[in-house]
Write a protein that binds this ligand. Structure first.
Ligand code: GLN
Length: 247
């Protein structure tokens, strides 16, 4: 088996170690004998390349990079991305990338960056005099009760529409907006989250979920990946949980 991972804007959107998610996904496939190809989809990439992608990934970024990416996301790319997401291509979208999936992101100066309007959400930065939402975060996923650990650093506050399910519920930290205890969002096989970390090495179940969904879609068969030794991931999680929950 083989999978193609489409990495959206790696040169612009990969803050706070988000590239570690790509390394982890690739490794986790290879450890199971699944060959992977990483497609770097940088500024100016041909929308046709999206056709061969089995898993989509897009990391976080500062407002400046988000504006550059917004300019590059022309009508063809937006149409292809929407089709991929609507057709259940699994994807992981971190922070600024998560914000892009919604209607708009209003930056600290009140300037709106239009989003893809795939997720029923919007994001607004309350202004330069408002504190950024920064720190370690613990949250529990809505669907499978997985306890997630990571860290967040965003000025934008994201608000989910009634039709969009949160990815997780905040146990410790801020989450989407520091008020409603939601963290991220999930729509079909696409996950948006504020968790940097990178999220996947600290929460390997999410990586396996993305890989299984990609294989199911590509090979039209249900699959349960073989269990791996996640000792290091577990130790990292235990350490963070100890620090956070016992604070
Ligand atoms: N620029 C966005 C914000 O500050 C996203 C930040 C990020 O991707 N870490 O909310």
């Amino acid at each position: 088996m083989n999978l193609t991972i489409g990495w959206l804007y790696p040169e612009l959107m990969s803050t706070y170690g988000d590239r570690g998610n790509i390394i982890f996904l690739k490794k986790r496939c290879e450890w199971r004998g699944i060959n992977t190809e990483i497609l770097n989809l940088n500024d100016g990439f041909d929308a046709m390349l999206l056709k061969k992608v089995d898993i989509l990934f897009m990391g976080g970024a500062q407002d400046v990079q988000q504006k550059i990416v917004a300019k590059d996301l022309n009508a063809r790319k937006v149409k292809s991305l929407k089709e991929k997401i609507q057709n259940n291509t699994p994807g992981l979208y971190i922070c600024g990338a998560f914000q892009f999936l919604g209607k708009y992101y209003k930056d600290a100066n009140g300037k709106a960056i239009l989003g893809l309007s795939i997720f029923d959400l919007y994001t607004e930065n309350p202004g330069l005099d408002s504190p950024r939402l920064i720190g370690n975060i613990v949250a529990k996923t809505e669907k499978h009760n997985i306890v997630l650990v990571g860290f967040e650093n965003h000025g934008g506050r994201t608000y989910l529409g009634k039709t969009l399910r949160p990815f997780a519920r905040v146990i410790k930290g801020f989450g989407n907006n520091g008020k409603d205890k939601t963290e991220g969002a999930i729509y079909k096989n696409s996950i948006g989250t504020y968790l940097h970390g990178p999220i996947l090495p600290k929460n390997p179940e999410i990586a396996d979920w993305l890989i299984e969904k990609a294989i199911e879609k590509k090979y039209r068969k249900k699959i349960k990946l073989e269990t791996l030794d996640d000792f290091i991931s577990q130790k990292a999680r235990e350490y963070i949980l100890e620090q956070l929950i016992n604070l």
